[in-house]
Ligand binder design. Structure first.
Ligand code: PEP
Ligand code: MN
Length: 338
């Protein structure tokens, strides 16, 4: 860290800062400029005390970090792309990953027909919420264990891998018994105890970005999973809250490029929650691929108008087919294929 001392600080005040830096376990290296002094504090910022508290001293102008706060998630610690093995399906390499399925698991017919349709179009992972995080307690909360049973049945019938959301620590064990990927939703993206419990299962985890989460915070949440011994993390950009009202959320494609630059973890884009409009899904998918995403997670429903959740943003089977026909040139441009 770098501690910038105010101009006109006395020798005693500078000595006080140097002594504090030493006390906190760093090696101080003062640099006396013509107008101001800075003290470089040498040591690992991630394991040593945070020197930002020194800014309470009147002679300290500012304290600057040098190292990133995340380590295991960073490209510096792991320059090559991480490949995550989802029960035999590799995510993060040249093969682009398509995850698709309904927002919520509603019944057997709905789930199985969707599974067959998305599989025929090229998806390898079936999404479907059994436990739903709904804004209102009066809205459909998901089928729970029955939903998990139907997801397991869909896997048995189609061979698709399963991604489904885990909402609470209480559910981790039985959701992990069915899921090939555990989804941690936007509302739980900084529920650190849930992240730790999910990490312990060793299952791949798709970590959504929180609605008002900065990229650094998102990567620090991923760091929790990695630091608890689970390297199988998929980052998922799903839009953030902004002032815009044309869309439900603002899909932050710049964050996809930043996450790919800063981290070695695969990045998946969710255009469905990302904009909340079925008519924009294809365009956003093309954009996501161009920005370097490793996969997409898309809501697909046999009759979106009758969906029990998020009907306005789910594409029907024909819409999903159209998407599959539109993306190949974008995939070729980034040397990927489905
Ligand atoms: C979902 O995938 O249906 C969902 C609720 O996602 P998010 O956590 O991104 O809102
Ligand atoms: Mn949804």
């Amino acid at each position: 860290m770098i501690i910038v001392i105010r101009p006109h600080a006395t020798k005693e005040q500078i000595a006080e800062v140097i002594a504090e830096v030493e006390k906190l376990g760093y090696t101080p290296a003062p640099i006396h400029g013509a107008a101001q002094t800075v003290v470089a504090a040498i040591g690992d910022e991630r394991t040593h005390a945070n020197l930002e508290s020194l800014s309470v001293l009147p002679q300290v102008e500012s304290v600057l970090r040098v190292q990133k706060r995340f380590k295991l998630a960073s490209r510096e610690s792991h320059p090559k792309n991480t490949l995550v093995d989802v029960a035999g399906v590799e995510v993060g390499g040249a093969k682009f990953c398509l995850m698709a399925g309904p927002c919520s698991v509603e019944n057997e017919e709905q789930l199985l027909s969707t599974a067959e349709a998305v599989k025929a179009a090229g998806a390898t992972v079936l999404r479907g919420g059994a436990y739903k995080p709904r804004t209102s307690p009066y809205e459909f909360q998901g089928l729970g264990k029955e939903g998990l049973r139907l997801l397991a049945l869909a896997r048995e019938k189609t061979g698709l891998k399963i991604i489904t959301e885990v909402l609470s620590e209480r559910d981790v064990e039985h959701v992990a018994a069915v899921a090939d990927i555990l989804q941690i939703g936007a509302r739980n993206s900084q529920n650190f105890q849930l992240l730790i419990e999910a990490a312990k299962t060793g299952k791949p985890i798709l970590l959504k970005r929180g609605m008002s989460e900065r990229v650094e915070e998102w990567l620090l949440a991923a760091e929790y999973i990695l630091a608890h011994g689970n390297p199988n993390v998929l980052l998922c950009e799903r839009g953030i809250r902004t002032f815009e009202t044309y869309t439900r959320n603002t899909l932050d494609l710049a964050a996809v490029a930043i996450a790919k630059k800063e981290s070695h973890l695969p990045v998946i884009v969710d255009p469905s929650q990302g904009c909340g409009r079925a008519d924009l899904v294809v365009a956003l998918c093309c954009g996501a691929i161009a920005m370097g995403a490793d996969g997409l997670i898309i809501e697909v429903h046999p009759h979106p108008a009758e969906a029990m959740s998020d009907g306005q943003q789910q594409v029907d089977f024909a819409g999903f087919q159209k998407l599959i026909e539109t993306i190949p040139p974008f995939l070729r441009a980034v040397n990927k294929s489905v």
